[in-house]
Design a protein around this ligand. Structure first.
Ligand SMILES: *[C@@H]1O[C@H](CO)[C@@H](O)[C@H](O)[C@H]1NC(C)=O
Ligand SMILES: *[C@@H]1O[C@H](CO)[C@@H](O)[C@H](O)[C@H]1NC(C)=O
Ligand SMILES: *[C@@H]1O[C@H](CO)[C@@H](O)[C@H](O)[C@H]1NC(C)=O
Ligand SMILES: *[C@@H]1O[C@H](CO)[C@@H](O)[C@H](O)[C@H]1NC(C)=O
Ligand SMILES: *[C@@H]1O[C@H](CO)[C@@H](O)[C@H](O)[C@H]1NC(C)=O
Ligand SMILES: *[C@@H]1O[C@H](CO)[C@@H](O)[C@H](O)[C@H]1NC(C)=O
Length: 791
């Protein structure tokens, strides 16, 4: 057998060949077309989804079945079934990454919302849900014009564990609760536009309540969302490790309270109809072959949908993970584990041989096909012409609408984080600024504001354009050729430009040339000579300067934090198509910033920590500092939740319990094996022993007063510090969050719903979720309150 091609190479060939084909005919055609093809039982809407799927499968030959096991599923012309491309992308707007999407048609652009990490910084569930619904409307409109599929592979819900990760930007940050909440809002908003009516009456109540959705009826999905990448995937390429050969070694404790919660929420509350298994192995077994994990999703979490591999992740089982001796065993392992479809051609090429060798049975394929066809049936694909169905009216006029553009602007406004603002330097007063200089290569480049997984934006405006709309006399100098900033040849010009202007904005940071898919960072410092650029501009300017940082990953900018000539620092992530305007509005005080960092910003010394070490908890005896605000013990550049405003806010607890008694809520016969006793002290209970977690929920009501002279949106983060009765307890953890609008000198009430079973608990070393007994400190800004959990 010839040696396998390097996977990277395969990948490139595969993507090129897919993207060069036009998809139009695929999506304009549909199954069950009258008059010849609509009388099959699988077209009969009176039958159950499963019955229809089974009936279709019963009509297929083995070869036909195998050709369905790829993202590029083949047509079955004799049954009137056209080919279907499963792979479309929509992380923060319909994106070009998947071969299912084409902008070559009557829809030439789609709204580009900010990259996910910046949207996470708003901590605003209704924003996330509105954005997901807007993306869904545009995606379904593109399906109707033949330019996209119905199955999209977003959101990315791996926790942002290591600051170097090239795809951290795509995620909602480092906190499992925030990632879970984003996942739920995104999936619900995306899969069904009707979502929105099921929040509790407490107004901005912050937890989605259970509903009875997800029973798999035809038409119950507007689109399909996919929670990826199951699981523990957050390394692209570091040292000798790549995502293709990496074996993530995870403790039971971290697995339960860091890596898995987003996927569980995505399935249980979000009702996601797709999961994607990742390239990496988890404790020695490639994720797509982890039968126990795929079964857990279906059997314990109630997952209804299809499981796809990441692209070519079945090939990697053999070629990179060397987990099997040949391709047929790889195919057998993933199909028997419960994976349904392979992004790529590996199953199409090797399943027939695997069957002939007795490694795979036809029932294994049928099992996968039931999941695949069921999702297509739920999407309404087998109910006749989808363009005459309930979403059929959506078209080009529903894409790039003024309303969506406004939402993209709103998302950028809400996400941008003010990190430093000496002596209220910002906002600038427009009438006192006679000239402005804007500096840095990214400031004048509208093409890089989306980050990874971006499509073609409706309008392309740079950050510079945003400033020009405010100040007529705005000059620009690039300073460096690109973000790598290898040369200081442009510094003289920049310094001249800075000296001439009243005020100076320097745009620095990173873009996709530093962090992206298949590419992690090696440093947290500004790339190349950027630091020198920032410092020399600051030294030359009349007034202190404003530093704007771009990109997803944290930056060690302590030099700027300490430099009095740098008065203000803002983080804008990848702010999307309306980012330039949002940034200028904030700098000139038309919008009061309220975003807060969804991840810890570590100092450069953190790069000594091996990226492949997946442990969350610190191990100080071995010099391991731990990860994320819950466990990290080292110094920070900026903390999780950091974010200033042009106002200040004060808090008062209005309602908060002092005591939570579990008596009456524990399962009958709980005994010494349930309650964990040291001497006569009871330490904790397993949450599995609670009979009704719902009845233990409580609402914390907080009065938020804006003591500044500007109205503003404010994010309320409620943490707890659990009693230290279990090894590996977090330093603190988020137990609820919400965002409120507060007018100047006004107070408003924020309500946060706390579910003690989920929010006050964490995992013990055996991976059991435990609720410690004793005093939990509830932390809110500078306030502390004791909640005593008792039996
Ligand atoms: C998709 O599959 C069909 C038939 O199975 C094949 O002809 C076509 O070339 C494939 N397209 C790509 C991009 O692989
Ligand atoms: C659809 O299925 C129902 C329920 O089995 C049956 O009564 C009906 O005749 C079927 N319709 C057609 C057109 O076959
Ligand atoms: C766009 O589609 C038209 C018509 O289908 C085709 O002729 C043209 O080559 C396509 N352009 C690109 C860039 O794919
Ligand atoms: C907020 O309060 C702090 C502490 O009193 C003060 O230093 C700061 O200037 C205030 N910020 C604003 C925007 O009012
Ligand atoms: C949250 O987002 C929604 C939708 O954009 C917006 O109407 C609301 O004002 C936001 N809330 C806060 C506090 O910013
Ligand atoms: C808020 O209160 C301060 C102090 O009482 C007052 O100076 C300021 O004008 C008030 N601002 C508004 C917008 O009412």
């Amino acid at each position: 057998m010839p040696p396998p091609l390097p996977l990277f190479f395969l990948f490139v060939i595969f993507q090129l060949s897919l993207t060069s084909t036009t998809t139009t005919t695929t999506f304009l055609d549909f199954p069950c077309k009258p008059p010849e093809h609509n009388s099959y039982p699988f077209c009969n809407t009176s039958l159950s989804t499963t019955a229809r799927a089974k009936s279709l499968i019963s009509l297929l030959t083995l070869r036909e079945k195998i050709r369905q096991l790829s993202n590029n599923a083949s047509a079955v012309p004799r049954l009137g079934i056209p080919a279907y491309e499963w792979w479309s992308e929509s992380l923060h707007g319909v994106a070009t990454n998947g071969p299912g999407v084409s902008f070559n048609g009557s829809i030439a652009a789609a709204t580009s919302f900010p990259q996910v990490l910046l949207m996470a910084a708003s901590f605003n569930r209704s924003l996330w849900s509105s954005v997901a619904s807007a993306v869904a409307v545009e995606a379904r409109a593109m399906y109707n014009t033949g330019q996209a599929g119905l199955t999209f592979w977003a959101p990315n819900v791996n926790v942002f564990r290591d600051p170097r990760w090239g795809r951290g930007q795509e995620t909602p940050g480092e906190d499992p609760m925030v990632v879970s909440a984003f996942a739920v809002e995104f999936v619900r908003g995306f899969q069904s536009v009707n979502y929105g009516g099921i929040r509790s009456e407490v107004g901005e109540m912050n937890r989605v309540l259970e509903d009875d959705n997800g029973d798999g009826k035809s038409g119950d999905l507007m689109l399909s969302a996919c929670c990826k990448h199951l699981t523990a995937y957050d390394l692209e390429m570091w040292s000798s490790f790549s995502r293709y050969n990496f074996n993530a070694v995870i403790t039971d404790q971290d697995f339960e309270d860091t890596y898995q919660p987003p996927f569980r929420s995505c399935v249980q509350q979000g009702k996601a109809s797709c999961l994607m298994c990742s390239y990496n192995a988890v404790n020695g077994v490639p994720a797509c072959a982890r039968k126990d994990l795929l079964e857990q999703a279906r059997d314990k979490w109630g997952f209804k949908g299809y499981i796809t591999s990441d692209c070519d992740a079945v090939a990697t089982v053999f070629e990179y993970q060397h987990y099997t001796k040949n391709p047929e065993d790889a195919v057998a392992d993933v199909l028997k584990a419960g994976m349904d479809i392979n992004c790529g051609t590996y199953l199409v090429r090797h399943t027939f041989d695997a069957i002939q060798q007795g490694k795979v049975q036809e029932e294994d394929i049928d099992r996968a096909l039931i999941n695949l066809f069921s999702v297509q049936i739920r999407l309404g694909l087998f109910d006749g012409d989808p363009r005459k169905g309930k979403y059929g009216r959506l078209g080009p006029e529903d894409v790039c609408t003024a309303e969506h553009n406004k939402l993209a602007l709103e998302a950028a406004r809400q996400g941008i984080v003010l990190l430093k603002n000496d002596e209220k330097f910002l906002p600038l007063k427009k009438d006192t600024v006679s000239s402005l200089a804007v500096i840095g290569p990214l400031a004048n480049d509208a093409t890089k504001l989306g980050g990874g997984y971006t499509g073609i934006p409706c309008s392309e405006k740079s950050l510079l354009n945003g400033f020009q709309d405010y100040i007529e006399k705005t000059s620009y100098a690039t300073g460096c050729f690109d973000m790598s900033c290898d040369s200081d040849a442009g510094f003289d010009e920049v310094i001249g430009c800075a000296k001439e202007a009243d005020y100076v904005v320097v745009v620095a940071g990173i873009d996709l040339s530093q962090e992206r898919e298949d590419h992690d960072r090696v440093t947290l410092l500004l790339p190349g000579k950027q630091k020198a650029l920032v410092s020399s501009v600051a030294a030359a300017s009349k007034n202190p300067v404003i530093l704007v940082l771009t990109g997803g990953g944290p930056l060690d900018v302590l030099f700027a934090e300490k430099n009095p000539q740098i008065a203000s620092i803002l983080w804008i992530g990848y702010p999307g198509e309306a980012g330039g305007r949002a940034l200028a509005e904030i700098i000139f005080g038309d919008v009061n910033p309220g975003g807060r960092l969804p991840m810890t910003w570590y100092p450069e010394a953190f790069t000594n920590v091996p990226m492949n070490d997946m442990r969350m908890r610190a191990d100080l005896s071995r010099g391991y500092p731990g990860r994320t605000y819950r466990f990290y013990t080292g110094s920070r550049v900026y903390a999780f939740g950091q974010g200033l405003s042009y106002s200040n806010y004060t808090y008062k607890f209005l309602t908060v319990p002092n005591k939570l008694s579990l008596s009456g809520y524990l399962k009958d016969g709980y005994s010494k094996n349930v309650i964990h006793q040291v001497g006569d002290r009871l330490d904790y209970i397993y949450i599995d022993e609670v009979t009704s977690c719902d009845s233990l929920r409580f609402v914390v009501e907080i009065s938020v007063t804006n003591v500044g002279d500007m109205d503003g949106a404010h994010v309320v983060l409620l943490f707890s510090r659990p009693p230290k009765v279990v090894r590996g307890a977090p330093e603190k953890q988020l137990i609820g969050f919400t965002s409120v609008n507060a007018i100047s000198n006004g107070s408003t009430t924020a309500s946060v719903l706390v579910d003690p079973c989920m929010d006050l608990s964490f995992a013990n070393e055996k991976g059991g979720r435990v609720l410690p007994l004793g005093d939990h400190r509830i932390l809110l800004g500078d306030l502390e309150h004791t909640l005593s959990v008792q039996i």
